[in-house]
Design a protein around this ligand. Structure first.
Ligand SMILES: [Zn+2]
Ligand SMILES: [Zn+2]
Length: 425
């Protein structure tokens, strides 16, 4: 049996509604036809909208009393939020509707008749609230908004409300955006394991700039892309930052340095990890990736800790070789990836620290993420005699490392066939 929380003295009409709802909830819900379901959805929504109107009127009335203080809350909004178990924005919406019922008489009728939804009315009330709260705004009138509400979805009306507020109160609108901009922040918290936690808040133009920059880079890209949206966003952010650093377009050249011994680069057992500014020690495979093209300043130490190679912030693969590679590959060579050459690193198929040549036959262009997959990700790249690049996932079952079999190209092909089921047309 459900034990109900005590509510307090209720008007008999409210008690009757609660009893009716209880009865509603006990009805059988099986074997319903689609038209019964659609009718019920609309009927229940209508009921909810009408109850919301009642709730709003009561919430506004309550907010004009001092009862919240008697009960130890800091504001009426806070009391409702806590005791009615709602989000703050839902409470603000209800109080705004309740307070502006008199400014929106025809819109309230439109909710009662089901012409517009309560969600429309909340937007209208909040717009009225913002305009009436501003000393610079023209007076609020419901006609135009109501016309749009009849025509627009809630999302479109929300957008329109902003335009209307700007039209009626350009000064107040600008002041509000200015306040929002002053709230901006980006907190970077290094975690114990060397990762970085980002917490931030951007104004709407800054947020739009970030989103429009991330959006095209955060699309699924290339074969075997299993990443979710948030993984792709994170990759896109790092890709942009890496790219502007590589392109040297920052006003001050970043001095990101990686220091590692030759033993580490060669992957010898017992060698230490690499050191990187702003990060905890990084694995040998990461050092190899960063040193592969050398777009990050690197310092390579001999086992005696003597600096034997100080890479400037220039690429290992520079000048004519780089241009020839860009001309040959054009873009990242991972199957079906089209990141342009300027967004890609020159990957040594056999790393230079292990004797691989820095010439075209041993290099392919790979974008930031696919370069990571080829190093830390454990994928193997196999190049056919015709120059096609085949990808083999990390330690696939039944296949030795491609480098260890007689015919790696054949092995990779065979595996790719098993891996790629017939694609939907
Ligand atoms: Zn590489
Ligand atoms: Zn790629």
């Amino acid at each position: 049996m459900v034990v109900e929380e005590p509510i307090g003295p209720l008007h008999p009409a409210v008690e009757a509604v609660l009893r009716a709802i209880e009865q509603l909830r006990r009805r059988p819900r099986t074997h319903r036809e689609p038209d019964e379901l659609t009718a019920e959805l609309r009927g229940l929504r209508r009921g909810q909208d009408l109850l919301e109107l009642e709730f709003a009127a009561t919430a506004a009335q309550f907010s004009r009393t001092e009862e919240y203080e008697e009960q130890g809350s800091v504001s009426p909004i806070d009391w409702i939020r806590h005791h009615c178990k709602m989000s703050s924005s839902a409470v603000w919406g209800s109080v705004a509707v309740g307070e502006h019922l008199a400014d929106l008489p025809r819109s309230v009728e439109a909710v009662e008749s089901g012409e517009i939804g309560y969600a429309h009315l909340t937007l209208m009330a909040r717009t009225a609230d913002a305009l009436q709260g501003s000393s610079t705004a023209a007076p609020f009138e419901e006609t135009e908004l109501l016309e749009k509400a009849r025509e627009f979805s809630v999302g479109r009306l929300w957008h329109f409300c902003h335009h209307l507020r700007h039209a009626l109160d350009p000064e107040g609108f600008t002041a509000e955006q200015k306040r929002a901009t002053e709230e901006r922040s980006l907190k970077l918290s290094p975690c114990e394991d060397g990762t970085l936690l980002l917490e931030g808040w951007l104004d709407s133009v800054g947020g739009a700039a970030l989103r429009s920059a991330l959006e095209p880079l955060a699309l699924p890209n290339g074969d075997h892309d299993e990443r979710g949206r948030e993984h792709r966003n994170a990759d896109a952010l790092v890709e942009i930052v890496t790219h502007v650093q590589d392109a040297g377009s920052l006003p001050q050249r970043p001095h990101l340095q990686v220091t590692a011994s030759l033993d580490t680069l060669r992957g010898l057992a017992g060698s230490p990890a690499g050191d990187m500014e702003y990060a905890l020690p990084v694995s040998a495979e990461t050092v190899r990736r960063l040193a592969c093209d050398g777009t990050i300043t690197r310092v390579v130490l001999s086992p005696e800790s003597v600096v034997i190679d100080v890479g400037r912030a220039r690429r290992v693969v520079a000048g004519p070789t780089r241009r020839a590679l860009a001309a040959r590959d054009g873009h990242c060579r991972w199957p079906h990836c089209d990141r342009p050459a300027s967004w890609s690193d020159a990957h040594h198929v056999i790393h230079w620290s292990k004797g691989g040549e820095t010439d075209l036959s041993n290099m392919v262009l790979l974008c930031h993420r696919h370069h990571w997959m080829a190093h830390e990700g454990g994928w193997q790249l196999v190049q056919t005699a015709e120059g096609e690049v085949l990808t083999v996932p990390p330690r696939p079952p039944g296949l030795a490392r491609a480098a260890d079999v007689d015919d790696p190209v054949e092995a990779a092909r065979r595996f790719a066939q098993q891996l790629t089921p017939a694609r939907a047309p």
